[in-house]
Design a protein. Structure first.
Length: 287
């Protein structure tokens, strides 16, 4: 049965808007350095739901042993990660302005920095799920109740290590593991259908023994209902999140030129206006 999360969804929606704004600011502040803009925007509602509501973390104690763990396996989408960490207080707005600049701690892929809330260095596609399985297994064996959350890309599912992990997690009965596939149907050099089809992801993961739900990755209510629903003991959890690459701005939505690109002043100003004037139809569809 679905739960009414109207109040929570409203708060997460506001958090998401701030994350999207900070992604835009960082991309612009990077100057002539290009950024992975599109793939960060497709996970905004997912990462916002995790960091502003779902995950058990303590900003004042980033090494708290009972904290939930988060791994951005598609590390190139780090703009969304840094923005969310800033919203919960790990990274200052001033620090965000250093993104991809000389000497910055915020590079184009996450580099482990517990003080900043960054649990693991990622970017080599396919490794994040393996790390997550190790964490979840360790928690089980130590009888800890913390959960592990991993975001992977649908293009990343081209990697063989993803499918080794898909086989391993049910074998170890890792019901404390949550994997979210960002299914935006695009990867670096084209569409997933043209490069390596990732169709029937739900059926594939079900066949490996996972608890799977396919949903709208921009719909906060759907995300909350999945995360808070009763789960079957001993079965790992997976969301196939249907998303839009570049979500939120007219020039970047479903435009793979924005996989990795430079933000101009004109487009920055256009995007700022679009964000400020987010219409009710978009809000209703994605609350």
């Amino acid at each position: 049965m679905k739960t009414d999360f109207s109040k929570e969804a409203s708060s997460i929606k506001s958090f998401s808007k701030n994350v999207r704004s900070k992604i835009l600011d960082m991309a612009y502040e990077a100057g002539s350095n290009s950024s992975h803009f599109g793939g960060a925007l497709s996970i905004v509602e997912i990462i916002s739901t995790l960091f502003s509501y779902q995950m058990k973390i303590d900003k004042k104690n980033p090494e708290w042993s009972d904290r939930d763990r988060f791994i951005l396996s598609k590390g190139h989408a780090c703009l969304a990660y840094y923005a969310a960490l800033s919203e919960v207080g790990y990274i200052s707005n001033e620090e965000l302005k250093t993104f991809e600049k000389d000497g910055s701690k915020l590079s184009g892929h996450p580099v482990k920095n517990i003080k900043y809330g960054i649990e693991f260095s990622t970017g080599s596609l396919g490794i994040g799920l393996s790390i997550g399985i190790g964490l979840a297994l360790a928690a089980k064996r130590r009888k800890k109740l913390n959960k592990t959350y991993v975001i992977v890309g649908d293009g990343e599912c081209n990697e063989g290590s993803i499918w080794e992990g898909a086989l391993a997690a049910p074998n170890f009965k890792l019901d404390n593991l949550y994997v979210i596939i960002d299914k935006n149907n695009l990867q670096q050099t084209g569409s997933t259908n043209d490069i390596m089809k990732t169709e029937n992801l739900r059926e594939k993961w079900l066949s490996f023994g996972w608890n799977v739900k396919e949903l709208n990755g921009h719909n906060i209510n759907e995300l909350l209902n999945f995360f808070t629903a009763d789960k079957k003991e001993g079965i790992p959890n997976l969301i196939v999140a249907n998303t839009i690459k570049g979500k939120g701005f007219s020039f970047s939505e479903n435009n793979n030129n924005w996989h990795h690109a430079v933000m101009t002043k004109a487009l920055y100003e256009k995007a700022k206006k679009e964000l400020e004037n987010t219409d009710d139809n978009w809000s209703k569809k994605n609350k």
